[in-house]
Design a protein around this ligand. Structure first.
Ligand code: PBG
Ligand code: ZN
Length: 282
């Protein structure tokens, strides 16, 4: 992904400072472990890469809101978001076994200083299970941003490269949503709200802008949208070929997302956007 890099823990604090100085309020952390296995142990290890990064960031930038991606795919040798079982030539993602590991992961992030956890796996019942475990362990102040309407999408490709997490077999269609189905998305969002989500997210962004609008209108909850890697890479590639003016295109896209009801935008342009908006004001 152009302009997007994996950072070692030693460098993450400088990046956090830079982000804070630009006026951004929150970051979303993803981890890539040294070793992957079939239990995603790196996801909930006390000295895991996200846990270490959180401690480092929180000791130097306590005001910066630290949100963590809670999923297993980056930590699994097979690249799926959950525990899998293979039966002949079929594979299953085991929902409840996965939820247990997601709960462990969320708790370990909270213990390391996360302000909010963001489950991106799409298993059933994980929001309720995480909420209950956080409350029972003294983390009732830790919020949950749920990837509530996450579609199976071709726009995740560059992220999977960057995070070294493409599925080694099969695809994610058994647990991510069908892009043709808007009603299912609304049902998923309602479930997550009932289970205790503080913020609900729609992902990807532009191809699902109708869903974003409906979620914001129907539930009136703080609503986030994730402008994903493929959407980002597309504009970058066009800009490189001088087909588009990057800054103008990005401002137009972000304005559209706000217009469609986004309270929060997750974007790989966050730093540049903050700079551009600051220049516009002065
Ligand atoms: C993992 C996860 C993905 C993204 C965020 N968290 C990839 C996936 O589901 O394959 C995508 C982010 C992007 O494409 O920018 N659960
Ligand atoms: Zn995942």
């Amino acid at each position: 992904m152009p302009g997007v890099f994996q950072l070692p823990v030693e460098e993450v604090v400088d990046e956090a400072r830079r982000v804070q100085d630009l006026g951004l309020q929150a970051i979303l952390l993803f981890g890539i472990p040294a070793e992957k296995d079939e239990q995603a142990s790196g996801a909930y290890a006390e000295n895991g890469v996200v846990q270490e990064a959180l401690r480092a960031i929180k000791s130097k930038c306590p005001e910066l809101v630290a949100i963590t991606d809670v999923c297993l795919c980056e930590y699994m040798s097979h690249g799926h978001c959950g525990v899998t079982r293979i039966d002949g030539d079929h594979f299953h993602v085991l929902n409840d076994e996965t939820v247990e590991l997601l709960v462990k992961t969320a708790l370990s992030h909270a213990a390391a200083g996360a302000d909010m956890v963001a489950p991106s796996d799409m298993m059933d019942g994980r929001i309720g299970a995480i909420r209950e475990a956080l409350d029972a362990n003294g983390f009732d102040q830790i919020g949950i941003m749920s990837y509530a309407a996450k579609f199976a999408s071709s726009f995740y490709g560059p992220f999977r490269e960057a995070a070294e997490s493409p599925p080694q077999f099969g695809d994610r269609r058994s647990y991510q949503m069908d892009s043709a189905n808007a009603d299912e998305a609304l049902r998923e969002v309602a479930l997550d709200i009932n289970e205790g989500a503080d913020i609900v997210m729609v992902k990807p962004a532009l191809p699902y802008i109708d869903v974003l609008w409906r979620v914001r209108e129907r539930f009136g909850k703080p609503t986030a949208v994730y402008h994903v890697s493929g959407e980002y890479a597309m504009v970058k590639a066009a800009a490189e070929k001088a087909i588009l003016d990057e800054r103008a295109a990005v401002l137009e896209i972000m304005t559209a997302l706000k217009r469609a009801g986004a309270d929060i935008i997750v974007t790989y342009w966050a730093c540049e956007l903050a700079q551009w908006l600051c220049e516009q004001k002065s």
